[in-house]
Design a protein around this ligand. Structure first.
Ligand SMILES: Cc1cc2nc3c(=O)[nH]c(=O)nc-3n(C[C@H](O)[C@H](O)[C@H](O)COP(=O)(O)O)c2cc1C
Length: 231
């Protein structure tokens, strides 16, 4: 099986540690591709919207985005890990999510995404891991993924793993290992089941695209939906 990991920070801190614990049961059998942000996609979206209207290849950062997106599409399991900064994901992770907005169901979703599985790992010092996880989960869900596992941790003490009280370290470790084993036991030869919310998002967009076509509005997204036979 193939796993792609997107790290929202270059630091080898607590997020890195939790992500490593998550990957442990997969190490011997899976092919793992890792991307580290901001190194592997260093620029912010500049808001030109040309990915939506003219095509993703017109983005000034397509060279970076294309490589990560290819790995995302090939992966059986997507792992996205970020600490909470100001109650949300890191700026680097948000920049990548912005770059991949054109892949939302409301634009040009990749058919491969509908059967994928994903895991979100976030942690923080006190509060913010849940809202950070929500940032990533929103994008994953709008890319079309229904099976999304989430781990949110809080340190409530020190920011250095080794200095955490033993009890807290054990709690974090057992939580991430539980999620890891749950995902290691899944059957990756079969696509994940498409959830109701994904179906609703898809049907809503299909109706929108049909209406736009009826009104004679030709858009890149509309053409894409037509070419995929989704209208
Ligand atoms: C810029 C910045 C903002 C942060 N914002 C929050 C926050 O909103 N809530 C929180 O509980 N911790 C916050 N933290 C603390 C980190 O989430 C925490 O130290 C985390 O363990 C860092 O993960 P890392 O070791 O993987 O870098 C912030 C840290 C930084 C550097």
């Amino acid at each position: 099986m193939k796993i792609v990991v997107i790290n929202g920070t270059e630091k080898h801190g607590v997020t890195y540690r939790l992500k490593e614990l998550f990957l442990e049961p997969f190490r011997s059998s899976a092919e793992i591709a890792e991307y580290i942000l901001p190194r592997d996609c260093p620029n912010f979206c500049q808001g030109c919207t040309s990915c939506f209207t003219k095509g993703e290849h017109t983005c000034k950062d397509y060279g970076y985005v294309r490589i990560i997106e290819k790995s995302l599409l090939e992966a059986d399991l997507i792992v996205m890990a970020s600490p909470a900064y100001a109650m949300h994901v890191t700026g680097a992770m948000k920049a990548l999510l912005d770059h991949l907005c054109y892949r939302w169901i409301s634009h040009r979703p990749a058919a491969e995404m509908f059967g994928k599985r994903a895991v979100v790992i976030t942690q923080c010092l006190g509060a913010g891991a849940r809202t950070a996880a929500r940032d990533i989960k929103d994008s994953l869900a709008w890319w079309g993924i229904s099976d999304i596992g989430v781990f949110c941790g809080a340190l409530y003490g020190d920011i250095v793993w080794e200095r955490l009280p033993e009890k807290r370290r054990r709690k974090l470790t057992s939580g991430i290992c539980r999620l890891s084993h749950a995902y290691a036991e899944k059957d990756y030869t079969r696509p994940a089941r498409t959830g109701l919310m994904t179906q609703i998002r898809f049907m809503f967009t299909r109706r929108l695209q049909k209406n736009l076509r009826k009104r004679g509005l030709e858009t890149l997204d509309g053409k894409y939906w037509e070419q995929n036979g989704w209208l």
